[in-house]
Design a protein around this ligand. Structure first.
Ligand SMILES: Cc1ncc(C[n+]2csc(CCOP(=O)(O)OP(=O)(O)O)c2C)c(N)n1
Length: 354
């Protein structure tokens, strides 16, 4: 019998920059881009630290930290073209920044301002909270681009937990049947809140799930910005020609799921320490220093300018006037439906608008 044995597929992660900061694979990234990638990663981490601090001080609402996932997000977003679309979840501030979203927008989002959610103008769709839903949105956007003969690619950022949702499987199937220009970029950070990877799936990898859908799949070391960049570049080019791709980036969220949970309740100290040695920023910095492209002095200047920029961004968010229910209702459709128009009129009549 020609049984297909479970997990008989050998999936080995791609890695270009190892944990010691040594380049073991090839790269097309030039020196200027090497520095840009590093600066985006550092900015994302500083933003993260500040956002957590602000949440603890009651200045912003719940926040989902990304520390540990900078290489996966920056490396992948950096490989895209301006015309491409990204469909992020709540943890993708770094990818959004690379695409042009301002840190002030993310602060506004965490403060509950409607303006924080309107990110579409940079090719970034509004942050998705419903797990896995953005996989379908990306399929729809890719289908539209295919129909219009646009050269753009849509990229859905999803987590390992999202691969347990029906939306993910429906999207993969649809994307493959219609050969859509879409990339599914899964950041396997090992946890869906407190549920570990092995309770999400019996598959040894998420990458191998591509096979069942007739799609191309690949696994990459998600803490290696160079490997992620090269993988996304290739995936983009395949997707553009109607070959959708599933990428699994192996990474680790170093902090809590959000500012309202405590990972020490479900994660071991030893595991966290082992992942700490794979820090995406530390290894990248070592590589740049080895190439004589970076120094301690430049590091300090960078941190000072980021601090200024983020403080200004926070002030801008604080000074933004709050949004009303009417603004929210008016934003649902370009032309409101009759029911929505009734609700807007009702809201105006309630006197709440004054
Ligand atoms: C459809 C749906 N079900 C449940 C939730 C509650 N929820 C919020 S985050 C989360 C875990 C998501 O894990 P993962 O997809 O791995 O992404 P990560 O948070 O690790 O980035 C869950 C179940 C939700 N937001 N949406």
């Amino acid at each position: 019998m020609n049984w297909i044995e479970p997990n008989s597929i050998d999936v080995t992660p791609i890695q270009h920059l190892n944990e010691q900061g040594v380049l073991t694979g090839k790269t097309v990234i030039n020196d200027e881009e090497k520095l840009d990638i590093y600066k985006w990663m550092v900015k994302a981490r500083r933003f993260d630290e500040l956002a957590v601090k602000f949440q603890r001080q009651g200045k912003i609402g719940t926040y989902a930290p990304l520390t540990g996932q900078e290489a996966a997000q920056v490396g992948s977003a950096f490989a895209l073209e301006e015309k491409d679309w990204i469909f992020p979840s709540y943890r993708e501030a770094a990818a959004c920044f690379v695409r042009g979203t301002k840190p002030s927008s993310f602060f506004k989002y965490a403060m509950g301002h409607l303006h924080g959610g309107i990110l579409k103008e940079e090719g970034v769709f509004p942050v998705q909270i419903i797990i896995g839903a953005q996989a379908l949105h990306a399929a729809g956007s890719a289908w539209a681009d295919q129909y219009k003969n646009n050269d753009a690619v849509s990229v859905a950022y999803i987590g390992d937990g999202a691969t347990s949702q029906g939306d993910f499987h429906e999207a993969m199937n649809f994307a493959s049947v219609f050969q859509l220009p879409v990339v599914y970029f899964v950041q396997n950070n090992q946890w869906a809140i407190s549920v570990p990877y092995h309770k999400q799936t019996r598959s040894l990898s998420i990458a191998q799930k591509a096979l069942a859908y007739g799609m191309t799949g690949v696994q990459v070391d998600g803490n290696d910005a160079v490997g992620v960049y090269e993988t996304m570049k290739e995936a983009r080019s395949l997707a553009k020609d109607g070959k959708p791709v599933l990428i699994e980036a192996l990474t680790h969220r170093m902090g809590p799921h959000t500012t309202s949970d405590d990972p020490s309740k479900y994660r071991s100290k030893e595991g966290d320490e082992a992942w700490g040695k794979k820090d995406p920023i530390a290894r990248y910095r070592k590589w740049l220093e080895g190439l004589q492209l970076w120094s301690e002095e430049e590091e300090q200047d960078l941190n000072a300018s980021i601090e200024d920029e983020l403080k200004q961004a926070f002030n801008e968010a604080t000074e933004t006037t709050t949004t009303s229910l009417g603004d929210a209702l008016g934003y649902v459709y370009e032309k409101p439906t009759n029911r929505l128009r009734e609700q807007i009129l009702e809201w105006k009549g309630s006197g709440e608008s004054k």
